[in-house]
Design a protein around this ligand. Structure first.
Ligand code: GUN
Length: 291
């Protein structure tokens, strides 16, 4: 029987742990604060940011939101970041990506105080992660690690294939899976758009993390029987339903479920974990800044 990996349940456990930590910090007179910054008119980005704010409220984290006009000069975003860096009540800062083309993404990420970089995207934090000394693990790959742990998926010695090489998911995921740490010690292959023999790589994979951003890119015929399949994709695909679109993953769920040993659904798999790990990083940031 294929096990369906329930991200909602595991995320609820993480949120409960976070809420306990918020109480402990409250005893020390500290309320963790997370600032989200949105410089975009994209409805999906607006939705993601408002969900993050709602999550904060649920666990007792103070949510602060700043909108920057998508047409504003880059300097306005940098000033916003500088102000948030200086605020003692703000422990975590997240600038929702993507930012407009006229704003340099790398400059934005470098501008955030690395102690407040709860995404883990500042080059100092990327370096620390690669060195095996992470300050904040990026939320999505960290959430995937938690799911693997919760479902007792053996990574030690496993052949893992990460499909996608993004800074947000693919690269940090591969780094975490190779580390000498729990949910690590895997042998990792990273595939991407120029990979010549994706099918050949996937055929031997005990663990597949699909994060290419391409709807239903991986299907059951490509998988090894019994593989653990983690679907990071959240793709809006147009439909002629009332809503006008549906969300599908990077994995063709129906065919993959026939072959996989365990699989995450979309929605309800990795998505809730990404959100929960942001809360986790925010309380960690608050604790570090008040130690
Ligand atoms: N856009 C899509 N995913 C993410 C994320 O994890 N962090 C930020 N800041 N922006 C994103």
């Amino acid at each position: 029987m294929t096990e369906v990996i329930d991200g909602e349940t595991v995320a609820a456990d993480v949120r409960s742990d976070v809420a306990d930590r918020v109480e402990t910090l409250a005893d020390a007179g500290v309320t963790p604060g997370l600032a989200t910054v949105l410089m975009s008119d994209d409805p999906a980005s607006e939705t993601y940011v408002s969900m993050k704010q709602r999550d904060c409220e649920e666990v007792g984290i103070e949510g602060i939101h700043v909108d920057v006009d998508a047409d504003a000069p880059a300097g306005e975003l940098f000033e916003t970041i500088d102000d948030l860096n200086a605020r003692e009540d703000v422990h975590g800062i997240l600038v929702q990506l993507p930012v407009p083309d006229h704003v340099g993404k790398r400059e934005v990420l470098r501008r955030i105080d690395p102690e407040k970089d709860v995404d883990g995207f500042h080059p100092e934090n990327v370096g620390r992660l690669v060195a095996g000394d992470a300050r904040y693990k990026p939320c999505t790959p960290h959430g995937v690690q938690k799911l693997l742990a919760a479902y007792d998926v053996e990574t030690e010695g496993a052949d893992a294939v990460v499909v996608g090489r993004s800074d947000i998911v693919g690269k940090p995921m591969a780094n975490l899976l190779i580390q000498k740490a729990p949910q690590g010690n895997a042998t990792v292959t990273v595939c991407h758009s120029r990979t010549e023999d994706l099918e050949g790589k996937l055929a031997g994979a005990d663990i597949v993390v699909a994060a290419a951003g391409i709807p239903e890119f991986v299907d059951g015929s490509m998988l090894k029987a019994g593989a653990t399949v983690i679907d990071v994709g959240i793709n809006r695909v147009e439909t002629d339903t009332e809503k006008g679109y549906e969300l599908v993953g990077d994995v063709d769920y129906e065919s993959a479920r026939e072959v996989a040993g365990a699989i995450t659904p979309v929605p309800g798999g990795v998505g809730p974990m990404t959100r929960a790990m942001l809360l986790y990083n925010t309380v960690k940031a608050a604790g570090r800044q008040h130690d």
